[in-house]
Design a protein around this ligand. Structure first.
Ligand code: SF4
Ligand code: SF4
Length: 374
């Protein structure tokens, strides 16, 4: 396993972190025995960073992760998150106390503001007894070692949040399909924050095989998932990449990749970046996902369908696109099935005049259904 500095915290974390949002489940409940086996396997193989959150796995992730820490608390860096969105420090603190209780631990290593936005942070400024004041108090009391944030805000707003100098680390999205946060990652690293990546395999999209993606570095990698993880870890500003692992095989595969000391060479990274840029341009030839054509009176998720078609024809993610397409066909709302797939199009033509790219939406949707429903 490779270990990397978590910014200026002094902690050294494994390049592969355990994301506990996909623990094995059974009828809506965490299968505790299987989950503990997977977590312990990862720890035994050198993973020393585990990330959880209040809401993961039907509120059972923190409890399960807490159990996995028994007997090895000192050796593991634990990250969890406070989802509070209001302005009361007291209410924020109550959630911290609940997490400590669920995890059955005395301190949290990295305590994140979950999904913090610049707007929310700005609302806390000038408020007496704000969540920020309470967080600093909790740090003084030793309940929290480092404050962090997880963030889905725009890259510009992320950079402003990084510049507040409040945080020791940041958790953000980055993968070969979504590189919009690259500058924020470099900035966070330059300011001494640890950079933890969520979604290195695109929330599962890149776990599915794609010959197109695998061929970006011919002969060197075994799977799309390997390329995706190695791409993220080849970024030297990254401290660790979180993978949501639910099986022993996922753990062994990911540990193998995260243990490869040799990153992609600068020539390989250049070739891959060029290929990705080309793919991005190609995708945008079809549909930019702007959503101007929405809503469809018949429930079709027009940009969602086009996105899947792009994954299919541009990135070669055949299995993934077909699986997700079927899910669009099974979409439910208030216990009623409201299919959002291309086949639900009634050709009313409300959408086409609104598309700035002049895409022949009706025709394309028909084509899509033929391809993806097969
Ligand atoms: S043409 Fe089809 S996709 Fe477009 S708005 Fe009408 S039903 Fe929806
Ligand atoms: S308006 Fe056109 S480009 Fe925008 S999401 Fe709809 S189909 Fe795609």
């Amino acid at each position: 396993m490779q270990y990397r500095k978590l910014g200026k915290t002094g902690l050294k974390v494994s390049a592969l972190g355990f994301g506990s949002m996909r623990l094995p489940m059974n009828n809506g409940q965490v299968d505790v025995e299987s989950a503990l086996n997977v977590l312990n396997k990862a720890f035994d193989m050198g993973v020393n960073l585990v990330d959880t959150a209040v809401g993961y796995c039907n509120q059972q992730s923190e409890i399960t992760v807490g159990k996995s820490l028994r007997g090895r608390r000192e050796g593991i860096t634990l990250s969890t998150k406070n989802p509070y969105k209001g302005t009361s420090g007291k209410e924020w603190r109550a959630l911290l106390d609940q997490s400590l209780k669920r995890l059955e631990i005395k301190w949290i290593d990295i305590y994140n503001f979950h999904g913090l936005t610049l707007e929310q942070y700005t609302n806390w400024m000038g408020v007496t007894d704000s969540p920020i004041e309470e967080a600093l108090k909790a740090k003084k009391e030793g309940l929290v070692r480092y404050l962090g944030l997880s963030c889905h805000d725009t890259p510009q707003n992320m950079i402003k949040l990084i510049d507040t100098d409040l945080f020791s680390s940041i958790i953000l999205q980055y993968n070969i399909l979504d590189r919009v946060n690259e500058d924020a990652i470099a900035h966070a690293n330059s300011k001494g924050l640890g950079v933890i990546i969520m979604g290195p395999v695109g929330g599962g999209r890149l776990a599915a095989p794609s010959e197109v993606i695998r061929q970006m570095i011919p002969g060197k990698i075994k799977s799309t998932a390997e390329l995706a993880l190695r791409f993220v870890l080849s970024n030297t500003h990254v401290s660790s990449a979180l993978s949501g692992m639910s099986t022993m095989n996922m753990v062994t595969d990911n540990v193998r990749v995260a243990s490869l000391l040799e990153p992609f060479s600068s020539d390989e990274m250049k070739a891959m970046r060029e290929a990705l840029e080309e793919k991005r341009r190609l995708s945008e030839l079809f549909c930019t996902g702007c959503g101007y054509c929405m809503p469809c009176p018949n429930g079709v998720d027009i940009p969602g369908n086009f996105e899947l078609m792009n994954y299919y024809r541009v990135y070669g993610l055949v299995d993934y696109s077909k699986d997700e397409y079927r899910k669009l066909g099974d979409r439910m709302k208030d216990d009623v099935k409201v299919p959002a797939w291309a086949a639900a199009c009634k050709e009313c033509n409300e959408c086409e005049p609104k598309c700035p790219r002049g895409i022949k939406i009706k025709e394309q949707l028909k084509e899509m259904h033929k391809t993806l429903a097969m």
